[in-house]
Write a protein that binds this ligand. Structure first.
Ligand SMILES: NC(=O)C1=CN([C@@H]2O[C@H](COP(=O)(O)OP(=O)(O)OC[C@H]3O[C@@H](n4cnc5c(N)ncnc54)[C@H](OP(=O)(O)O)[C@@H]3O)[C@@H](O)[C@H]2O)C=CC1
Ligand SMILES: O=C(O)C1=N[C@H](C(=O)O)C[C@H](O)C1
Length: 245
């Protein structure tokens, strides 16, 4: 396998984890300025991408064109990008691409719990907290969480969360993701954290997840690497590769 973004914060952690893992061989470490052709020259069958939202689509076009399966942690995916990938994959039906907004098991369970709880609470907002070197806001995890909550609320026939606020200051109420408010904090010292706060009459429920170390992402990445070749087409979310029930 190969790693794109191999000298980055998560990519370097993935390289370390692969070196210590059974049954997976690291044949290419590619970062900014290195030729992406090294993936082909080294005969990488699977590529892990932790680069940047601005470059990930070009990376994936290269992988799909060369029949290389991809496990993607890089963020920045919306429906337009996902649909472009589905189109590209029609000409490479054997290739598997996994896009996972978050590879840590706790974050996946947190998103599932939030979706389960959504229909019981009138109010819900998402607060994501990350290190200040993060490229994007809101985080991919927060976007996905808000979309899952919004879908659960729609299925339950709920109205939008109540909010009588009048504010002349743009941003004071966070971003609107599918009708759910998402707030992004960037604080030195943090890694990746999220709270989903739900409220009903006389009570609140807070679901919180903390990644204190980027090693929290690597077991999920290895699961993706081991399974992606057997899952052709586009998969969004590592939960589809796990048995959570
Ligand atoms: N899904 C998940 O579980 C997780 C996802 N992420 C996401 O992964 C991405 C990377 O995060 P992080 O590791 O913190 O970021 P970093 O900036 O630390 O690492 C990204 C690396 O990719 C390099 N890079 C940039 N462009 C290219 C390119 N075209 N080809 C190869 N390498 C390139 C960068 O080089 P340079 O610095 O020189 O530009 C850098 O070394 C982000 O989108 C982040 O949100 C992060 C953690 C977990
Ligand atoms: O940039 C990060 O650090 C992270 N990015 C992902 C996201 O945007 O959700 C996953 C995790 O939160 C860490």
């Amino acid at each position: 396998m190969g790693v794109l973004g191999a000298r980055g914060k998560v990519g370097a952690e993935v390289c370390r984890a692969v070196a210590a893992a059974d049954g997976v061989e690291l044949v290419a470490e590619v970062d900014q300025g290195d030729p992406i052709g090294a993936l082909v020259d080294s005969r990488a069958e699977v590529v892990v991408d932790f680069t940047h939202p601005d470059v990930v689509m070009d990376n994936l076009a290269f992988c799909i064109e060369h029949g290389i399966h991809a496990v993607v942690g890089t963020t920045g995916f919306d429906e337009v990008r996902l649909s472009a990938l589905r189109d590209q994959l029609t000409s490479a039906p054997a290739v598997g691409v996994l896009i996972a907004p978050n590879f840590s098991i706790g974050a996946i369970v947190m998103m599932r719990f939030a979706a389960q709880a959504a229909r019981f609470y009138e109010s819900v907002e998402v607060v994501e907290l990350h290190h200040p070197d993060k490229a994007d806001a809101p985080s991919g995890t927060a976007r996905r969480t808000a979309e899952l909550i919004a879908a659960a609320r729609r299925e339950a026939g709920m109205s939008p969360p109540p909010d009588a606020t009048s504010t002349g200051l743009e941003g004071a109420r966070g971003a609107d993701v599918d009708g759910i408010r998402v707030h992004s904090l960037r604080i030195r010292g943090l890694v990746a954290h999220q709270e989903v706060i739900l409220g009903g009459v006389g009570e609140t429920l807070t679901i919180r997840h903390d990644s204190m170390d980027r090693a929290s992402f690597t077991p999920g990445v290895l699961t993706g690497v081991r399974q992606v070749a057997a899952r052709p087409g586009l998969t969004v979310g590592l939960e589809h590769f796990l048995d959570l029930d």
